[in-house]
Structure formats: C-alpha cells, structure tokens
Write a protein that binds this ligand. Structure first.
Ligand SMILES: [Zn+2]
Ligand SMILES: [Zn+2]
Length: 284
C-alpha cells in the first residue's frame, strides 16, 4: 500500500514543526505524497479568536511555504496545498474559500463546532461544559446537533474530503456520555452514510485520535465504516498529523480495519485538474 497523508498541521496553526520537517519525515517513511491542511482562518469572517486556526494575515505566507516545499521536493515527494475548513452553522463553510482563487489543491471539510463558539472535540472538561451549558446535559441532543451540522456541511459542499466523520465520539470512550449502540445513534450513522454516499465525496479514515493517544479507535468507527463500504463510499487514510512523527502513525491498523470492514481499495489523491480533485484507487 502506498502511504500518503493530506491531513497535516504545522506550526502555522496548532501543529508542531515546519513544512520542511514534515516533508523530510514523509520522504523518510516513503510516502508518495503529503498534503498540508492548516486550519483555515476564521477570525476575519466570524470574529472568533482561537489559538488553533491559521491567522488570516498568514494565509499567503502559509501558501507560499507549501508551494516552495513542492518545488524543493519535486521528483521525490508530491507536495499538495490544502486547508481544513470549519463548518460553523450560519457563520463559515468551505464555500468561503475558493480553491481556484487561492490556488489550492484540495479542501477538507470538518465539523468541530456544534454551537457558534464551542467545539465537540475539546478536552473532556470542555466537552462536559458544552454538554451541560448548551444542551442541558442531554448527550443525544448534542449528538443530534453534531450530525445535523455534518449533514448541512455536506449539502452545502465546496470541499473534497470529509474529515473525521464521527469525531463526536472523541470524549465518549467506554460510552461515557452516550451509548453508541443506542438505536438513535445507529439511525444517525445510517442516515449520514446515505448523505455521504450521495455526495460522492471521499471520506478519510483518521488516525489522529490514536496518534495523540486520546482515542482507542480511529474515526470513523468500524460500524460507520461498514455502512460506508456497503454504499461504495471511497476512503483514504490520513494521520491528522500535528507533528512529523504522527505521519504514518497507526496506518497498518487503519489498513487492517478497512479490510475487516469490507474495503479492498483506498483512494490516492492525484492533484487538481480543471477545478476538480483527481483520485485513483489502489489495492489496500
Ligand atoms: Zn479536524
Ligand atoms: Zn485536522
């Protein structure tokens, strides 16, 4: 299996390491390609101030740094320029970022925010606060909001890859807040699998939670993967790397999980042509 990663965060946002450090690590690990996906700036558009998004003022600098790396690594490693864009209901979406205008290779669409200021994937303390203060302790209401946002993000479109599809379960180890075997939760998984399949988008299998030691399984879960596989959804493996060592982390486990859930092939990005992403599939 050819390794690659399109989900990579450097020191430009909340990652740790320069663009060059990640390229060197990817080359060392014999990756065929590496894509950078800084958390797209949100402040100018939404007024939100965070410590994990790229600053609006540094967007050009980021793009230039990745483009220069592409030149340096030509012939050894394909380097792609992307962004991970937040969907914040009513505030910002991938539609606010024009791939052609910014000359980007791809956009990753993510739901982190389930209210206009709070994310579902913070620390367990932050999750508890979100649950109690915004959802009156009703975990299924929070879960429903998450999947509603995901459905809206997909129907709005404007991006190429669906990030960490069920990150709502990040803090739910051991079914701490809600049961992932609950009929209502399973129904939402079945529904989102249909929405994703209809969109034609590639979904990532994200090993970021494993890489950072905060989850015991990747996103999405085996159950959701099985549903996606049945509907013919294309998948790719990404590390959601926040430091160079994360590249390739838990990829063997991810590959095994894909095989166990019925997949035989994974998607490998080939760049952007005439405004559209080009993919090829390879045997796992
Ligand atoms: Zn993310
Ligand atoms: Zn990310």
């Amino acid at each position: 299996m050819n390794y690659s990663c399109l989900h990579t965060h450097t020191s430009f946002c909340d990652g740790n390491g320069a663009v060059e450090d990640f390229c060197a690590e990817a080359y060392k690990k014999r990756f065929v390609s590496l894509g950078f996906s800084a958390h797209a700036p949100v402040t100018k558009k939404t007024g939100l101030k965070t410590d994990w998004h790229l600053d609006d003022e540094r967007l050009d600098e980021y793009c230039t740094a990745v483009r220069e790396a592409r030149g340096r690594w030509r012939g050894k490693l394909e380097v792609y320029l992307g962004l991970e864009v937040d969907y914040i209901d009513g505030l910002v979406s991938a539609a606010d970022f024009d791939c052609a205008e910014l000359d980007l290779d791809y956009l990753i669409g993510s739901v982190h925010y389930v209210t206009r200021s709070r994310c579902v994937d913070g620390s367990s303390g932050e999750f508890k606060k979100l649950l109690n203060e915004d959802f009156g302790g009703d975990a299924m209401a929070l879960v429903d909001r998450y999947w509603d946002c995901m459905e809206r993000m997909i129907s709005k479109g404007g991006f190429d890859i669906i990030a960490h599809a069920d990150i709502v379960k990040k803090n739910n180890r051991g079914d701490r807040w809600f049961s992932e075997n609950d009929e209502r939760y399973i129904k939402r998984l079945e529904r989102i699998a249909c929405v994703i399949a209809e969109s034609g988008l590639v979904t990532e299998l994200n090993t970021g939670g494993l890489n950072r030691g905060v989850t015991v399984e990747p996103y999405p879960s085996a159950r959701l993967l099985r549903l996606l596989q049945k509907k013919g959804v294309p998948v790719m493996i990404n590390a959601d790397a926040h430091k160079p060592e994360h590249l390739g982390g838990f990829y063997d486990e991810a590959r095994r999980l894909l095989l166990e859930t019925g997949f035989t092939r994974h998607s490998v990005f080939q760049g952007r042509l005439d405004g559209r992403p080009v993919w090829k599939t390879e045997t796992l």
